[in-house]
Design a protein around this ligand. Structure first.
Ligand SMILES: Cc1cc2nc3c(=O)[nH]c(=O)nc-3n(C[C@H](O)[C@H](O)[C@H](O)COP(=O)(O)O)c2cc1C
Length: 295
């Protein structure tokens, strides 16, 4: 198996080749229908299959497909991280963390062999001509979020929510970067909510922007390679870049490209990127939203 995936498509191909992907060809709605089918599938023994909805009836004029339940079994979760069993990652971490200070040339060489590959995990600059995530760029009045098939999951949800977004932010002095997963409620064609709990890293950056009276640039990637998606959810110590975790899991750094309208970088191989700002004093009601915690 591949030890890392360039993008979400490679992972979907792997699931297909291992008989773990069910293609749904019938027309289905992003409004409650996809979530209902997914809910039933995911509750099957072993977590059911990953589902690729190829024909989303209300998904906008470009009719993008929707994939769900990708990480819905222990096997698929391990494969997403490039291993057959997540304990392999535990062993890799242990072998680095348990390194005793080397004494003598032989031990220095052995330690170097373990540590040198870590240089590969740093994020890389995208060097190609056109980053996949920037093949189509829409700005200003052309931006229309209804073109992306964002799901409404539960009847009493307040609307449609992007629930697996990779939210990229930086501190006002640009010295610290954060990648977190904070859901976005779609309010209208070019406005979303930004639901970061007050103790989350990006919320701390937001406090710094607010204190400085500046609006905060934000970039959101939707659909990236699975290790990077996972890393966005990892509660790393504040100030530690989640992209290093992603690079460690993948065994190679994530390719980053500069955003078009804000001073941030995003994974070049993402499916969609939203760029915008959070205003320092703009608050709105968000939800209701049926979270996995049951309310
Ligand atoms: C599917 C999913 C959705 C999440 N949605 C939110 C959210 O809306 N708001 C939030 O503050 N945390 C949310 N979390 C939890 C954060 O992603 C998690 O606490 C992460 O560590 C935050 O990154 P940070 O530590 O860099 O702030 C979500 C996690 C998952 C797996």
């Amino acid at each position: 198996m591949k030890s890392s995936f360039a993008d979400i498509r490679e992972f979907i191909e792997l699931l297909d080749s291992r008989g773990q992907l069910l293609r749904v060809k019938d027309a289905v709605s992003a409004d409650l229908e996809i979530s209902k089918i997914t809910d039933a599938e995911s509750k099957k023994p072993g977590g059911g299959m990953a589902l690729l909805f190829e024909n989303v009836s209300d998904g906008g004029r470009r009719s993008f497909p929707v994939v769900t339940n990708l990480f819905g079994s222990s096997d698929r979760m391990a494969w997403a991280l490039g291993v057959e069993d997540v304990r392999e990652i535990e062993r890799r971490i242990e072998s680095i963390v348990s390194l005793a200070p080397p004494s003598g040339l032989g031990e220095i060489w052995e330690a170097a062999k373990k540590l040198l590959p870590l240089a590969r995990i740093l994020p890389k600059k995208f060097r190609g001509r056109l980053a996949p995530c920037q093949e189509v760029v829409e700005v200003g009045e052309d931006v229309d979020l209804s073109q992306i098939p964002v799901l409404k999951c539960w009847p009493r949800d307040g609307g449609r929510f992007v629930t697996l977004p990779l939210v990229f932010t930086k501190s006002p002095d640009s010295k610290r970067r954060n990648l977190g997963m904070y859901r976005l409620q779609i309010y209208d064609k070019n406005t979303t909510g930004m639901h970061w709990h007050i103790h989350k890293d990006a919320a701390h950056f937001y406090g710094e922007y607010k204190a400085a009276g500046r609006r905060m640039p934000v970039a959101v990637a939707i659909g990236a390679d699975p290790a990077t998606i996972y890393s966005a959810t990892a509660p790393l110590p504040r100030g530690m870049d989640e992209l290093l975790l992603s690079g460690f899991l993948r065994g190679r750094g994530v390719r980053l490209v500069k955003c078009k309208t804000v001073d941030l970088e995003v994974p070049a191989d993402a499916e969609f990127v939203l760029e915008g700002y959070v205003e320092p004093d703009e608050l709105r009601l968000e939800g209701p939203f049926g979270d996995h915690t049951g309310y």
